[in-house]
Design a protein around this ligand. Structure first.
Ligand SMILES: Nc1nc2c(ncn2[C@@H]2O[C@H](COP(=O)(O)OP(=O)(O)OP(=O)(O)O)[C@@H](O)[C@H]2O)c(=O)[nH]1
Ligand SMILES: [Mg+2]
Length: 433
């Protein structure tokens, strides 16, 4: 089954905590600091694997968590960094942050990678906090938390050619006779519900990928008949083969059909109007088809449109070869990928950090008697501070003072003993002279 959308949870590993430790040597009662840094948490990395064609694996596994870094070790040894977690995705996967709807990555080439959830850095051990004034510090940092987020994966079919048209015009039949694909074919509408891909070998060594898409109906651009789902796939094809039923099987007018489908494409995305299009005038084996085709051409001439028309019968395979040659010729003249300008071009490997920059501003507001300080960077600092040691607390207080938080609180009228809240953390304001 073809799955083209999946929502998954990713979390980078937390950094290992730094260690507070002291050297213990024979005959030396008080050794120097010897607590090592914690190791870094692993990243969650998406890597393109051209062997994959679908997102079906993500229906069963939705959580991807990298390992946490090892704790700092004795004798000032660094804890081991955790391994990265590599998740394979098919080419054509677009990764979207579920919260912000921002496109994180547009993964197209085999081997391309993106870090979707960065692991946290390891905390520093007490060795790193030694100064001449404080040769035996009891400070160590906790490891930083790994980034966590929900991401949506979207797979746009990476087909060169998309078969577009009303239901039952013969799109699936055409794909089945030109490729090894075995799409379902039916005499009723909406036989095809998900796209089918087929590799077409033209016969002269050239080949391309063709997608048989579900039939479109009027209002598709508004999402009617799952139109949005299907039109998304059309966006990425380099050529549209517009299949028209020349037998007017259901009393429909082939020219009207052609106009309506083009309108739907255009209303969904104006760029689709400029996408190269070839008309496959299908069902030419049926009585009356020749007359309909003549009429179709006459109406086109009337509106002054020049369109490539290939009369075919998918059923009896007549005219199909000529159509394929034309498609292959046209493809050669078109660049590899259509420019989809709303997608951000990304470098091979890019790190997205959700955390705020260090040194970022804070704001203060009041909730009754409580002063609330909003600041992502201070909240982050709190998470990294081990409040069980006096020295770490003092260091935290020093940083707040340096950032100007104390001064700002005082200016807002904070008095000795009043409650200050930062994130989940509450403490009393202490007036210092
Ligand atoms: N006579 C004739 N019948 C055809 C031809 N091509 C397709 N058909 C018939 O038309 C019907 C619909 O064909 P499909 O290939 O399933 O049509 P589709 O465009 O894929 O339809 P949806 O998936 O519903 O959008 C089937 O009964 C086919 O046998 C043709 O060239 N000549
Ligand atoms: Mg079909």
């Amino acid at each position: 089954m073809f799955v083209d959308k999946a929502k998954i949870y990713v979390k980078g590993g937390d950094g290992g905590d730094g260690l507070v430790a002291f050297r213990r040597e024979k005959y030396v009662p008080e050794g120097g600091p010897a607590g090592g840094d914690g190791g870094d948490g692993g990243d969650v990395i998406f890597r393109v694997d051209e062997g994959l064609r679908t997102l079906v694996d993500f229906r069963y596994q939705k959580h991807f968590k990298a390992q946490r870094g090892e704790k700092g070790r004795n004798k000032s040894q660094h804890g081991a960094n955790a391994d990265d977690m590599v998740v394979r995705v098919p080419p054509g996967t677009v990764v979207i942050d579920d919260d912000t709807q921002e496109i994180i990555a547009d993964l197209t080439r085999h081997g391309q990678e993106v870090i979707v959830a960065k692991g946290g850095r390891g905390g520093r051990g007490n060795t790193r906090f030694a100064t001449p004034n404080n040769p035996a510090p009891e400070i160590a940092e906790n490891g930083e938390e790994g980034v966590e987020r929900w991401v949506v994966l979207e797979l746009k079919v990476m087909a060169d050619v998309g078969l577009v048209g009303f239901p039952s015009v013969g799109k699936s039949t055409l794909l089945s006779v030109v490729s090894g694909a075995k799409p379902k074919i039916g005499a009723y509408h909406f036989t095809t519900l998900t796209p089918n891909l087929g590799v077409v070998e033209v016969g002269d060594g050239r080949s391309f990928v063709m997608a048989d898409l579900p039939g479109l109906i009027e209002g598709a651009h508004e999402g009617i008949g799952l139109g949005h789902e299907f039109l998304r796939h059309v966006e990425r094809t380099r050529i549209i083969v517009h299949v028209v039923d020349m037998a007017a099987t259901e009393g429909r007018d082939p020219f009207e059909d052609w106009v309506k489908i083009n309108d739907e494409l255009k209303l969904y995305n104006a760029k689709l109007e400029e996408r190269p299009q070839i008309v496959a005038a299908n069902k030419m084996d049926m009585p009356g088809a020749e007359e309909q085709l003549a009429e179709f051409k006459r109406k086109l001439a009337e509106i002054g449109k020049e369109v490539d028309i290939y009369p075919i019968s998918a059923l009896s395979r007549t005219g199909v070869q000529e159509l394929l040659y034309k498609v292959a010729d046209k493809l050669e003249a078109i660049p590899e990928m259509p420019m989809v300008d709303e997608l951000v071009e990304l470098s091979e490997r890019k790190v997205y950090r959700l955390e705020a920059e260090e040194g970022e501003d804070f704001t203060i507001r009041r909730e009754n008697e409580v002063f609330v300080v909003d600041s992502p960077s201070i909240e982050k600092l709190i998470k990294r501070t081990n409040f069980s040691t006096h020295e770490s607390v003092m260091r935290f207080a020093r940083i707040l003072r340096k950032k100007g938080v104390d001064q700002a609180l005082r200016e807002r009228g904070a008095k000795d003993g009043q409650t200050i809240r930062i994130g989940d953390f509450e403490f009393e304001f202490v007036e210092q002279e």
